[in-house]
Design a protein around this ligand. Structure first.
Ligand SMILES: [Zn+2]
Length: 381
């Protein structure tokens, strides 16, 4: 078992390719590529390249940079995509690209350049996982876009085309990895990843999210506590819908009371943390009020779990996070936590919203009780 304390040799291997900047979902009213005609100033689609440029630059030039090793990303090959997605769906995407683009569902717009970027996101995430599987490193971060966790085996959704994390999980399983735990802290339900492994008892998918429910035909899942998986996968999909405004303390409570015991019982051979900075206090797409300190603590908790269960092996996969500057800061804080650094390297420039944690704590306690009564592998701690 690895020591939970920081060792100076710790570093994070980051996989990145600037071809991912070529995906451009256009401008309009927030994430709708429409011009209503009565606004003088339209805005970029929230999932734009600026957000990720800042994520790249903050870990390239921020105080965390000495702990980062950079690796080139690569394009996924079509046959690799079929480990998670259906051939019909991949054909639909290829044809959409060949015909010059297509809106696949609300806000999810494949334009010229988007497909190449998607292949790079998928391939870079696969490379990051392979890096860990081959024993070249234990902590790897796939800094990718377009995001992936809403992409289901046969359905695009929520700005996502290919499920980058899902493909990496499947690669781990296909490489002989016994079991994988996925912890998704993006503010939205990781419905695509959940759907891909809904019948599997080898993948524990846990998602902490805003209680947004279903948002239409591309996202029929509700993200509710009773979506627990099916068949032999029953109990291996754990949803933690948290009230708006949950904040740092509420997230820490949910991680400690719900996530840590579940992962401990599951004993994964590999851990995947799916990160979205759209759970931050300033994100236009979320209402969960995390600050840098909350992200830092989540990073620490997940690192401890990896040290304890998966020999320190942890893949981090980038998802949402739409505030152009604060998302980068929250990413920096998350990686500080993952590195288990004793003191913050970067202070929070804008956190000041008050938290109202009381409801969040109550909700976590009631989910805990529900799991005890319903989830077969749960039970007493
Ligand atoms: Zn999100």
């Amino acid at each position: 078992m690895a020591s939970p304390s920081h060792s100076p040799s710790d570093h994070i291997d980051v996989f990145w390719h600037d071809g991912m900047l070529k995906h451009d979902a256009g401008t309009g009213v927030f994430d709708m590529a429409i011009d209503p005609g009565f606004l003088d100033v339209l805005e970029k689609h929230p999932e734009n390249s600026d957000r990720v440029k800042n994520m790249v630059s903050i870990i390239r030039r921020g105080p965390i940079s000495p702990y980062i090793s950079w690796h080139p990303g690569r394009s996924a090959l079509i046959p690799e995509l079929l480990s998670f997605h259906t051939p019909e769906y991949i054909k639909e995407l290829v044809q959409a690209d060949e015909s010059g683009g297509k809106t696949l569902c609300v806000g999810t717009i494949l334009n010229p350049g988007s497909w190449d970027a998607s292949l790079l996101a998928a391939g870079s995430t696969l490379s990051a996982m392979k890096h860990i599987l081959d024993g070249h490193g234990k902590l790897a971060y796939a800094l990718v876009r377009p995001p992936g966790h809403h992409a289901q085996p046969a359905q695009a959704d929520g700005y996502c085309f290919l499920n980058n994390a899902g493909l990496a999980v499947q690669l781990a399983l296909d490489s002989g990895c016994r079991s994988v735990a996925v912890i998704d802290i993006d503010v939205h339900y990781g419905n695509g990843t959940a759907e891909g492994f809904y019948s599997s008892d080898k993948v524990l998918t846990i998602s902490l999210h805003m209680n947004h429910g279903s948002w239409g035909p591309s996202h029929p899942q509700k993200g509710s506590v009773d979506e627990l998986g099916e068949g032999k996968g029953f109990g291996f999909n754990l949803n933690i819908p948290l009230p708006n405004g949950t904040g740092d303390r509420g997230y820490e409570y949910a991680m400690t009371k719900l996530v840590v015991p579940a992962v401990r019982k599951f004993e994964p051979a590999m851990m995947v943390m799916v990160v979205g900075q759209d759970s931050s206090a300033f994100d236009p797409n979320g209402r969960q009020c995390l600050t840098m300190e909350g992200y830092r603590e989540i990073g620490r908790i997940v690192r401890r779990l990896a040290d304890k269960h998966s020999d320190g092996r942890l893949l981090i996969v980038q998802e949402g996070g739409y505030h152009i500057t604060y998302s980068a800061y929250c990413l920096h804080a998350t990686l500080e936590g993952v590195l288990n650094l004793p003191l913050p390297l970067l202070s929070d420039p804008i956190a000041y919203y008050p938290e109202d944690e009381a409801l969040a704590l109550k909700v976590v306690d009631s989910i805990k009780q529900y799991w005890k009564e319903t989830v077969p592998f749960s039970g007493e701690d």
